[in-house]
Design a protein around this ligand. Sequence first.
Ligand SMILES: Cc1ncc(COP(=O)(O)O)c(C=O)c1O
Length: 238
Amino acid sequence: MDAAKYIWMNGKFVNWDDAKVHVLSHTLHYGNGVIEGTKAYKTKKGYAIFRLDEHTSRLKESAKMTLIDIPYTVQEMNKAQIDLIRMNEFTLDTVYIRPFAFLGYGVMGVYHKDAPVETVIAAWQWGAYLGEDALKFGIKLKISSMTRPANTSNMGKAKATANYLNSQMAKFEAIDCGYDEALLLDDQGYVAEASGACFFMVKNGELITPPNDNFFRIYNTENGYRNGRRLWYKSSSS
Ligand SMILES: Cc1ncc(COP(=O)(O)O)c(C=O)c1O
């Protein structure tokens, strides 16, 4: 990965290499953490963060669902993200922002109520998720043998780190079989989403995406949906 200068950790900016945790941190053992993935795009006026407020709010909602109490407001975390982008003096077109919260050191055993909450925001320069060639030439998508867990088995509506075990296995399988990405079906066999992205398709001239009943609310999808509709109608009417 492309290291940056600073990481925001529990209210303070620390040098990238100093943002460390203890090996007995609760989340390393039991998997309860929440993450976001927010993009900043370079514009003529500097970097613009795409749907900052929505992504930060989704992090707080995910934390609420997995019973993690993040001690910062959405506004405080929004400001930290803006400051972080400025302080890191990025130069490339796209920057990925990863706000997250996890349970730190001090408590062992599954019951996590007394485990300390660590809140962190990192940002680094990161291009297209599946690479530039994928944007130009498309990708090979494998229907996964893994099932997207039902809401009654995992906190599927939360963007929780534990859910990414499912994604990781699906992605590994897809690449091992010569594909680029995995498409997961839900426990009833309906299309859910990819291992780390949402899914769209054009059906009868319309861009459609599955309802996110089984997974978290997807903001880029909503935006992509609107943009996609515009693009689709534009291209089909010209
Ligand atoms: C499993 C999964 N689904 C969907 C998405 C898309 O979410 P967003 O609304 O941030 O585009 C992501 C993004 O990280 C993801 O990891």
